[in-house]
Design a protein around this ligand. Sequence first.
Ligand SMILES: CC(C)(COP(=O)(O)OP(=O)(O)OC[C@H]1O[C@@H](n2cnc3c(N)ncnc32)[C@H](O)[C@@H]1OP(=O)(O)O)[C@@H](O)C(=O)NCCC(=O)NCCS
Length: 156
Amino acid sequence: MTALRTPEPDEAEILTQLCLRSKAVWGYDAAFMTACRPALTVAVADWQQSDIQVAVDDGKIVGVAQVVYQGDAAELDKLFVDPDALGGGIGRRLFGWSVETALNRGAKVMTIDADPGAADFYRRLGAVDDGMVASTVVPGRFLPRLKLDLANVPPH
Ligand SMILES: CC(C)(COP(=O)(O)OP(=O)(O)OC[C@H]1O[C@@H](n2cnc3c(N)ncnc32)[C@H](O)[C@@H]1OP(=O)(O)O)[C@@H](O)C(=O)NCCC(=O)NCCS
């Protein structure tokens, strides 16, 4: 049974390692993974600057989501599921938590700069395409930006 909870700041390194393991499922090479490391690092300061949630299965953290805010816009900064737990509904649950949390914060829209491999997952969950954005990690790489209009999210 998977439970969601707020992690503790002393779990930051566990979350960073989870993000790196999860990102690697798309088959990126070592140089790319090294370049991604700063963007995938969860820092203690994040607890002051964002909302974070983990999914836990049998005591093990198997997924993490992080939402950041700018004005009345939320951004899904991280959503990573452990490679051993993919396809089991954890991504959907953490996405649902992210939407609910952004709504509770008064956000009107949630944006996602998606890994190309994950873009269809977000479309499946109701996000729509909103152009392409330059990667902050690799010059010349572009990522699909998706957005979810939070005014149109049905209550659950
Ligand atoms: C993208 C990710 C978060 C999805 O998590 P997950 O737990 O495997 O997804 P779920 O099991 O909750 O899937 C929910 C639905 O989305 C679909 N789905 C999941 N991943 C998908 C993908 N990559 N492409 C298309 N559809 C996908 C599932 O089939 C399921 O559909 P259904 O409701 O018809 O059964 C996960 O694959 C992941 O962590 N990937 C690696 C890291 C990553 O790229 N994260 C996103 C960064 S932007």
